[in-house]
Design a protein around this ligand. Structure first.
Ligand SMILES: *[C@@H]1O[C@H](CO)[C@@H](O)[C@H](O)[C@H]1NC(C)=O
Ligand SMILES: *[C@@H]1O[C@H](CO)[C@@H](O)[C@H](O)[C@H]1NC(C)=O
Ligand SMILES: *[C@@H]1O[C@H](CO)[C@@H](O)[C@H](O)[C@H]1NC(C)=O
Ligand SMILES: *[C@@H]1O[C@H](CO)[C@@H](O)[C@H](O)[C@H]1NC(C)=O
Ligand SMILES: *[C@@H]1O[C@H](CO)[C@@H](O)[C@H](O)[C@H]1NC(C)=O
Ligand SMILES: *[C@@H]1O[C@H](CO)[C@@H](O)[C@H](O)[C@H]1NC(C)=O
Ligand SMILES: *[C@@H]1O[C@H](CO)[C@@H](O)[C@H](O)[C@H]1NC(C)=O
Ligand SMILES: *[C@@H]1O[C@H](CO)[C@@H](O)[C@H](O)[C@H]1NC(C)=O
Ligand SMILES: *[C@@H]1O[C@H](CO)[C@@H](O)[C@H](O)[C@H]1NC(C)=O
Length: 315
């Protein structure tokens, strides 16, 4: 008798669980259905456009672009949240975009995503990007700089921004041999720096440094290709040797070029000089054989390929 009643209760409980699971599956199915009824579909579009408009597209540069990109996106938004299922970027790509050492700077006001790297005039660029946003902060290389970076956004927003042609993407890079020598003169030649970053407690020569950076990875001598390679096809790419003309080209493109900015640039040329430690003039002294240059061609082959730097030996 006891046993029979227990079995009955068990069956009732099981039935409830099954019913619950069934309902879950059914509601999931509803949300996943690609062909939504017409009215529902339209209200979803409206909702998406509002969110898109308010969060990711604060300044409408080109209305027709927004409409086009909306049409291309498959709307599978549920009432509660958009979990990005309609975007096509891999987790790995998103992780790479967020940055291992440095995260790209996002300037929402001008819809710019700027891929910078250490030792490539980054102080200059950060100050300039602060200026055009009216940020008045002394901090520059930490969280108090007031600058927004890509890793502060969620995966959904990153995907949307990277795939929208409303957002300008730009990268600023420097010839790898020049940059690595600058890293050495600025960091690598100092014992305390190498101890802190690479656990090598002695002063190292330039050639030793080149051998060390093969295994001791760090932003100051990490490669400058920081996004999945195919993104660079749609990016504006500026090089250290043309910093002035590129600044003008970029700021004109995003609409931030004005007298105040021009004045700041002309009076701030010194900003990226102190760090550069006269690297250019020292190139021949330090790269006095082909071996060290081959080492860099090899270690930074992605930078050479993606940004089109010449692999000709210094003479
Ligand atoms: C979206 O826009 C419509 C009209 O364009 C408006 O009625 C609605 O309140 C907006 N929704 C939100 C969440 O802003
Ligand atoms: C989108 O933003 C633009 C400009 O910011 C504004 O004119 C327009 O009304 C907005 N549209 C919606 C649906 O909120
Ligand atoms: C990111 O996107 C979500 C919707 O997916 C939105 O609610 C949120 O406000 C966005 N955040 C930013 C910083 O744009
Ligand atoms: C806006 O987009 C349309 C279609 O993509 C294009 O023809 C037009 O040149 C764009 N206008 C601007 C100002 O970018
Ligand atoms: C996103 O939504 C789809 C369909 O609505 C669902 O299958 C998927 O599990 C969801 N992913 C996450 C991470 O919530
Ligand atoms: C993802 O979608 C965008 C536009 O919706 C398209 O330009 C891009 O090529 C797609 N990427 C992949 C890897 O399919
Ligand atoms: C130039 O742009 C900056 C930053 O956007 C702004 O603060 C400043 O008021 C502008 N100056 C002029 C003369 O338009
Ligand atoms: C920036 O802030 C300092 C105080 O923190 C102030 O003295 C200075 O006038 C400000 N500069 C501008 C351009 O607002
Ligand atoms: C090349 O430079 C290194 C220092 O970087 C120096 O020790 C070496 O003697 C130089 N070799 C020649 C051939 O000048």
């Amino acid at each position: 008798m006891e046993l029979k009643r227990f079995k009955l209760i068990l069956m009732v409980v099981m039935a409830f669980i099954w019913l619950y699971l069934l309902m879950q599956m059914f509601s999931d199915d509803l949300n996943k259905r690609p062909l939504l009824p017409r009215t529902r579909h339209q209200s979803d579009i409206l909702q998406t456009r509002n969110i898109t408009n308010q969060t990711l597209f604060p300044r409408t540069r080109n209305q027709s672009d927004i409409r086009i990109s909306n049409k291309n996106t498959k709307f599978r938004m549920t009432q509660s949240n958009d979990n990005c299922s309609h975007y096509n970027m891999s987790k790995q790509n998103i992780k790479q975009l967020k940055g291992r050492w440095s995260s790209p700077i996002v300037v929402s006001k001008y819809k710019l995503i700027f891929f910078w790297s250490e030792k490539s005039a980054c102080t200059y660029w950060k100050r300039l990007l602060q200026l055009i946003q009216g940020i008045n902060k002394t901090a520059l290389h930490n969280a108090r700089s007031g600058l927004t970076t890509l890793k502060m956004f969620n995966d959904c927003n990153i995907t949307a921004m990277m795939q929208s042609n409303q957002w300008v993407k730009a990268a600023f890079v420097r010839e790898p041999r020049e940059r690595i020598l600058s890293s050495y003169l600025d960091k690598g030649q100092y014992k305390h720096v190498m101890n802190e970053l690479c656990r090598i407690n002695r002063q190292v020569s330039f050639y030793e440094f080149l051998e060390i950076i093969k295994r001791c990875k760090e932003g100051h001598w990490g490669q400058q290709v920081r996004a999945p390679k195919h993104f660079y096809k749609q990016m504006m790419i500026g090089k250290f040797s043309e910093i002035s003309s590129f600044t003008e080209r970029l700021l004109k493109r995003i609409g931030a070029w004005n007298e105040t900015v021009v004045y700041w640039i002309t009076s701030s040329k010194h900003i990226y000089q102190p760090h550069s430690t006269n690297a250019k003039s020292k190139l021949l002294t330090y790269y006095n054989n082909t071996k060290s240059q081959d080492l860099i061609f090899d270690l930074f082959s992605d930078d050479y390929n993606v940004f089109g730097f010449e692999k000709t030996y210094f003479k």
